[in-house]
Design a protein around this ligand. Structure first.
Ligand code: IMP
Ligand code: MG
Length: 179
């Protein structure tokens, strides 16, 4: 576990170690199991960023569930473009099911709001958001995430699935941009 890493042209400092992330995921899993006991649940993972969080969260859950994936993009470099493009559509029937959107990070909230619209038009019974990270001070959306791993300041982070121009997704820990 390095205290600092260099990706492309920027330096990042260690922010959340793997054991801290794992402990928080175990707690989130417990909460989800209790809340969704006996219900038909589909987890909708938002690619690419949420792939690692989704994997660890799913392995921690002891319940019947379905998993599906959707791919969206709104970021270029370290700045949001404000426009969310849908790249891979929904491939599962979510009608009358309880949908839990799994995100790596909720920043402005644009992505989640766009997903909400999509899920509602497909007849989901309920929709909640489970995100590893929440930049509350940057949030300007409608749907407030119910399940949050960590509330973090409005600074760019990489690792654990999150990228800086596609670099750093494979890192086990989370790193924060050093300024
Ligand atoms: P939102 O639509 O502004 O909430 O942005 C959500 C998406 O932007 C996330 O799913 C991430 O892919 C990306 N994003 C937001 N903040 C960061 C960050 O600090 N590092 C890497 N990606 C980020
Ligand atoms: Mg994402």
């Amino acid at each position: 576990m390095k205290p600092e890493i260099r990706l492309i042209d920027k330096t990042f400092s260690l922010y959340l170690a793997e054991d801290k992330i794992m402990a928080r995921i175990a707690a989130l899993a417990k909460e989800l199991q209790q809340d969704y006991l006996g219900r038909e649940v589909i987890f909708l993972s938002v690619l690419n960023g949420a792939f690692m969080f989704t994997s660890d969260l799913m392995k921690s859950l002891d319940m019947n569930l379905e998993i599906s994936f959707i791919k969206l993009a709104s970021y270029q470099g370290t700045k949001t473009s404000g426009v969310v493009r849908e790249l891979i559509g929904l491939n599962k029937d979510i009608k009358d099911k309880h949908v839990i959107i799994v995100e790596d990070i909720v920043d402005t909230g644009t992505t989640v709001d766009k997903l909400m619209e999509l899920m509602e038009s497909h007849g989901a019974k309920s929709i909640e958001v489970c995100t590893l990270l929440f930049k509350e001070s940057a949030f300007a959306g409608q749907k407030i995430p119910k399940y949050v791993g960590f509330e973090i300041p409005n600074k760019f982070v990489v690792g654990y699935g999150l990228d800086y121009d596609e670099a750093g997704r494979n890192i086990k820990e989370l790193y924060q941009l050093k300024e």
